[in-house]
Design a protein around this ligand. Structure first.
Ligand code: ADP
Length: 302
């Protein structure tokens, strides 16, 4: 049984920590440099695998040194990478400058991710056996749409994180079962700042929506049902990078296990709250026992 398939990006994050980001034509001396395996697809795959899902990743890494490390990170978290392609050329990279006020500026170069604009017959075969397909928008839209449409043909639930925010083609929306934007993405997609109003607009396009609200938790709405808000646990956040990806990975695991949406959201909130208490993206993602323990301390409401 395959369980969860992620069709998405792998990036090496190249992070420079500086007191103040350089302006055009300026050179500054930074404090520290780190290379951190990331990409929204890989992050969701690692989150879901650590949360106890049987996870396979479809995407591409390059033939550079980063490619091997990106693949090894997924393997090391128990993600099946048999269908992760290796394509001639560089892996995806994200060049991130973080200043002392916590602000950041990012350049993403898709590299190998840019080649995933179609599915192979093997990809479609794997998607056909899945219980859920996780998608984001860091691959070319034709690739994302092909994945969603293949899932729909085989009756597989699709969970789309619409990030980075951009207009969505109608074919992709038509093949989306559950849309999971954060507040900013929901506002960008609808032009409506209030998430409670934005959710109504999104429900005209997809049958189910979860909007993540940072420390305020998450909001679920489905056609013909009353919206439900699930609070986030109160924790001291030190680094919220990939909180949303941790949330989605854990949410997918809980849904595949058949939990009702509010309970699945509460469990995913426990996972995301654990991740924000530690630095790092995939390195901060919790394992199932930790999530279960944290979730036991947080009563389900809504
Ligand atoms: P993104 O990481 O995509 O910007 P959010 O900021 O909405 O998305 O965070 C996703 C989820 O992570 C939230 O719904 C919540 O469960 C959890 N989370 C984020 N920030 C915090 C926080 N400060 N305290 C507790 N949980 C948080």
């Amino acid at each position: 049984m395959t369980g969860i398939v992620v069709l998405g990006s792998t990036n090496m994050d190249l992070v420079a920590y500086v007191p103040k980001a350089p302006g055009r034509g300026e050179t500054v001396t930074g404090r520290e440099f780190r290379t951190v395996p990331g990409g929204k697809g890989a992050n969701q795959a690692v989150a879901a695998a650590r949360a106890g899902g049987a996870v396979s990743m479809i995407g591409a890494v390059g033939t550079d040194d980063f490619g091997g490390r990106l693949r090894a990170t997924l393997d090391g978290s128990g993600v099946d990478t048999d269908l992760l392609r290796t394509t001639e050329g560089p892996s995806g990279t994200a060049h991130i400058v973080v200043d002392d006020e916590g602000g950041n500026a990012i350049v993403v170069i898709p590299g190998a991710n840019g080649t995933v604009d179609h599915l192979t017959p093997g990809d479609e075969g794997l998607i056909a056996t899945a219980e859920a397909l996780l998608l984001q928008l860091e691959l070319p839209l034709p690739g994302v749409t092909a994945g969603a449409e293949a899932a729909r043909r085989h009756g597989v639930r699709t969970i789309l994180t619409p990030a980075p925010a951009q207009p969505l083609p109608p074919e992709l929306l038509a093949a989306t079962s559950l849309l999971v934007p954060n507040e900013h993405e929901a506002a960008a997609l609808t032009g409506i700042a209030d998430p409670h109003a934005a959710v109504e607009a999104l429900l005209r396009q997809v049958p189910e929506v979860v909007i993540t609200l940072g420390a305020a938790g998450s909001l679920y709405a489905a056609r013909g049902a009353r919206p439900v808000t699930v609070p986030a646990p109160h924790v001291r956040a030190v680094d919220t990078t990939a909180a949303g990806d941790t949330f989605v990975g854990a949410l997918a695991v809980a849904l595949v296990e058949g939990r009702p949406m509010p309970a699945a959201m509460a469990w995913a909130s426990a996972a995301a709250a654990l991740s924000v208490q530690h630095e790092g993206a995939s390195s901060s993602m919790p394992y199932r026992v930790e999530i279960d323990e944290a979730a036991a301390d947080t009563p389900v409401s809504g």
